[in-house]
Ligand binder design. Structure first.
Ligand code: NAI
Ligand code: MG
Length: 482
């Protein structure tokens, strides 16, 4: 891998109070190239002292240097972060692709979206204002938006820099400070972001970046009594653990958990759009997307022709190293590829495409063939469980009402997509489904500006858009008797 990128150019030390802390003799965690299974870097683990120092520095900065930066300057700083991410985009995308295994074009898209988060929230930093409340002639009452405090950000491995930017940019815009803990599998772009924040003039302590295992470094951070809010993206099980840790010191949480989101295709849909949309929904980032459209719910009268085309397209997908920009890259780890294989094996479903470990020539990493399963039973694991790999489960619906019932019937509620030319059906579906967002005639429509989050086991709280700011400020009401 060294011929593809000089990993020695990345400073792997934790970033605390604006400085790198060199940890000689610390434990390390390897981060791997998922395509080859080889180690890219060994990243030092931040222990309890480092976690405490990081939170203490974020706490000092909150009332100190960061509180003194006027909102307009905060805005300019965030804009500089966006510009510096764009300037370094090629390098960041290469690192992200190698560290996560995702196709290079997707990594490039992620880096641009990361820049866009800082740009978007830069625009609001000096416009977060409260209300005046009419109480009659004897009172003056108004609200102020105050930063909620020190925020912790627990980042997953599927969208490393994007998820970091999605939480960090609104937190900083609202005047909060932050401690970020990237995923063990993909810590590298967050570590590079530390240099960018410094270059952009973000004062020491405003953002701290520490690495280590979730159940150690991550847990210590979430348990810390001086953390006021935890923004978590990851699995349902870990989300519950993080909620318990936050509850111990009454911190608020944003929980962005898993999904098993349906893509409903009705017989009146534009079938080319529906096919392209379904493929993107299910196979982007090898299906390792919380909002993936991992279940196709298709109306019976159009199913045969659609499924033939779908299986042919999936069968023709190329599998390879992310950096070579194949259709599908590896999954993140050996553990993840085993999880995918075991769910497929247990599913009892009919395999329409794929269904085996992938073996692209010359690569020994963690590949799974892009797979389409036809579910026989709505209660099977293929329908009910998040697989988080390149696996699309198909369910056949008798009609629109049946499609709505199947779409709703999982423990998750993140996203729902529908392809139809019938506006009334699309809107009925939008009302019917428990989900944080509905995509009509384009899966993944929207972006940085459109609020995003879950219901049911998919979590709660909203990120992105102006809604995404609300977790990061508290409203204080001041009322005076005149
Ligand atoms: P995970 O939820 O355990 O890890 C996500 C993040 O949480 C990582 O940064 C990890 O270090 C941290 N973490 C783990 N335990 C923690 C603790 N006790 N306290 C604080 N932080 C902690 O997910 P994992 O094990 O990487 O993947 C397992 C499954 O989770 C996947 O197969 C997938 O189904 C789901 N997942 C969902 C994601 C999403 O976007 N919603 C992202 C990643 C995984
Ligand atoms: Mg890695």
């Amino acid at each position: 891998m060294t011929q593809l990128f000089d990993f020695d150019s990345i400073n792997l030390s934790p970033f605390v109070d604006g400085k790198r802390i060199s940890l000689s003799g610390a434990d390390v965690i390897p981060t791997y190239d998922a395509a080859s299974g080889s180690v890219l870097c060994n990243v030092p683990v931040s222990d309890e002292n480092i976690v405490n120092d990081a939170v203490a520095s974020a706490k000092r900065a909150l009332k100190g240097p960061w509180a003194k930066v006027i909102p307009a300057e905060r805005s300019r700083m965030l804009m500089r972060v966006a510009q510096l991410i764009r300037k370094d985009a090629a390098r960041l995308a290469t690192i992200e692709s190698l560290d996560s295994g995702k196709p290079l074009r997707e990594a490039k898209g992620d880096i641009e979206t990361s820049a866009r988060y800082f740009e978007y929230y830069a625009g609001i930093a000096d416009k977060l204002q409260g209300d005046t409340i009419p109480l009659g002639p004897d009172f003056v009452s108004f609200t102020m938006h105050e930063p909620i405090g020190v925020t912790a950000h627990i980042i997953p491995w599927n969208f490393p820099l994007v998820t970091t930017a999605r939480g960090l940019a609104p937190a900083l815009a609202a005047g909060c400070t932050a401690v970020v803990k990237p995923a063990e599998q993909t810590p590298l772009t967050a570590l590079v972001l530390a240099d960018i924040l410094t270059e952009a003039g973000v004062p020491p302590g405003v953002v701290n970046i520490i690495c280590g295992p979730g159940n150690k470094t991550g847990a210590l951070l979430c348990e810390h009594p001086d953390v006021a809010h935890v923004t978590f993206t990851g699995s349902v099980a870990t989300g519950k653990t993080v909620m318990r840790a936050a509850a111990s010191h009454v911190a608020s949480v944003t929980m962005e958990l898993g999904g098993k989101s349906p893509v409903v295709v009705l017989a009146d849909a534009n079938m080319d759009d529906a096919l392209n949309g379904t493929l993107k929904a299910a196979f982007m980032n090898a299906g390792q997307v919380c909002s993936a459209g991992s279940r196709l719910v298709i109306e019976k009268s159009c199913a045969d022709a659609f499924l033939d085309k779908l299986a042919a397209r999936v069968g023709a997908f190329t599998l390879g190293r992310g950096i070579d920009d194949p259709d599908i890259g590896p999954v993140i780890s050996e553990q993840q590829v085993r999880k995918v294989a075991s769910i497929v094996a247990e599913s009892g479903a009919q395999t329409l495409a794929g269904g085996k470990l992938g073996k692209p020539s010359g690569l020994n990493g963690w590949f799974y063939e892009p797979t389409v399963l036809l579910a026989k039973d709505a209660r099977s694991v293929a329908v009910q469980e998040e697989i988080f790999g390149p696996v699309l489960t198909v369910q056949i619906a008798d009609d629109f009402d049946h499609a709505c019932a199947l779409a709703e019937d999982t423990p998750y509620g993140l996203v729902g997509g529908i392809y139809t030319r019938d506006v009334s059906k699309a809107l009925k579906f939008s009302r019917h489904l428990s989900a944080g967002q509905i995509f009509i005639n384009q899966y993944f429509a929207g972006g940085v500006e459109t609020p995003f989050g879950g219901t049911k086991n998919s979590g709660f709280g909203r990120e992105k858009g102006l809604e995404g700011l609300k977790a990061y400020y508290a409203v204080k009401t001041v009322t005076a008797r005149l």
